[in-house]
Design a binder for this molecule. Structure first.
Ligand SMILES: C[S@@+](CC[C@H](N)C(=O)[O-])C[C@H]1O[C@@H](n2cnc3c(N)ncnc32)[C@H](O)[C@@H]1O
Length: 276
């Protein structure tokens, strides 16, 4: 295989929308998850990140596992039938629609990502699923995103919806005002809607959390590691479900977490908020 060819079984030609010469967050995350939809530039960034924080592969799996627990809980126990998954990433093992539709086959799921590679791969796996779609859009323009016909076709904003912001807000810089983006989304959904957010966390006793931010900002252009207080501010105006904003594996674990002191457990924080 050529050095810069896709590691994918389905060859995807380079197009202006899918640059292979610059790394993207979706494809670097795909590397961490052991996926095949990435290029040499993405693998180089991932390797540099892993050199700083070797636990990152496990952390990515924790992020997927909490997504599954949250979506299952909301679909199975809270009667949520609509999910808007923002910064959804490349399709991987057990996607949001699979978990939601297992609990409720009529659940609607809209995936949104800025990276067109997500649309290209998502379309293929969703071809025969009328209740699920993929949209290429930028959450930094939340009002436009909410008006997209493909979004409106599946999400009824008069009924409760779950907005998923898993591992995406750390790809927004402070001056892109992620807090205001969350507020715009919060104001667009009715009472009884949920927000699920996960984010990189600055750890006072783990200097690698700061080193990783520096490396990601330099090599990927995004990757903001935020303090617990900054993360809590994303939930302003929402009622946070128990157990609160916690290290990902500690959110309603299916099996006991034997050691919660490790970096792999603590580097990402997540929680679920309900709009009152
Ligand atoms: C780390 S991945 C997370 C994927 C998935 N949400 C998860 O938690 O497993 C972050 C995703 O956010 C997307 N993203 C980054 N900035 C974005 C933006 N401004 N608008 C929409 N998507 C964005 C990236 O393309 C990438 O696919």
């Amino acid at each position: 295989m050529e050095a810069n060819s896709p590691n994918s079984e389905v060859h995807m030609a380079e197009s202006p929308q899918i640059p292979i010469g610059v790394p993207t967050a979706a494809r670097v995350y795909d590397v961490m998850l052991g996926g095949k939809d990435n290029y040499a530039v993405d693998r180089a960034v991932a390797e540099a990140s892993l050199a700083i924080m070797p636990e990152l592969r496990e952390i990515a799996l924790h992020n997927r596992a909490i997504l599954h627990r949250v979506v299952h809980h909301l679909a199975a126990d809270e009667g949520i039938t609509q999910f808007l998954d923002l910064g959804s990433g490349l399709p991987t093992v057990r996607n949001t629609h699979e978990v939601a539709q297992e609990a409720n086959p009529s659940a609607h799921v809209v995936y949104v990502d800025i990276d067109p590679i997500v649309l290209a791969h998502g379309r293929a796996i969703l071809a025969d699923n009328a209740n699920t779609t993929v949209v290429t859009a930028d959450i930094r323009q939340p009002a436009e995103l909410l008006e997209r016909p493909e979004v409106r076709a599946l999400i009824d904003f008069d009924r409760p919806v779950c907005i998923i912001l898993a591992g995406i807000l750390h790809h927004l810089a402070d001056d892109e005002n992620p807090g205001q983006i969350v507020r715009t989304l919060r104001d667009a959904v009715p009472s009884g809607s949920y927000f699920f957010i996960t984010n990189f966390t600055r750890l006072g006793d783990a200097p690698e959390s700061v080193a990783l931010e520096k490396q990601l900002l330099e090599q990927l252009g995004t990757g903001r590691v935020r303090t617990p207080a900054e993360l809590a501010a994303f939930f302003d105006g929402l009622e946070i479900l128990p157990p609160g904003l916690v290290p990902l594996p500690l959110w309603r674990p299916e099996e006991p977490v034997l050691d919660a002191s490790t970096v792999d457990v603590r580097f990402m924080t997540g929680g679920v908020g309900r709009k009152p």
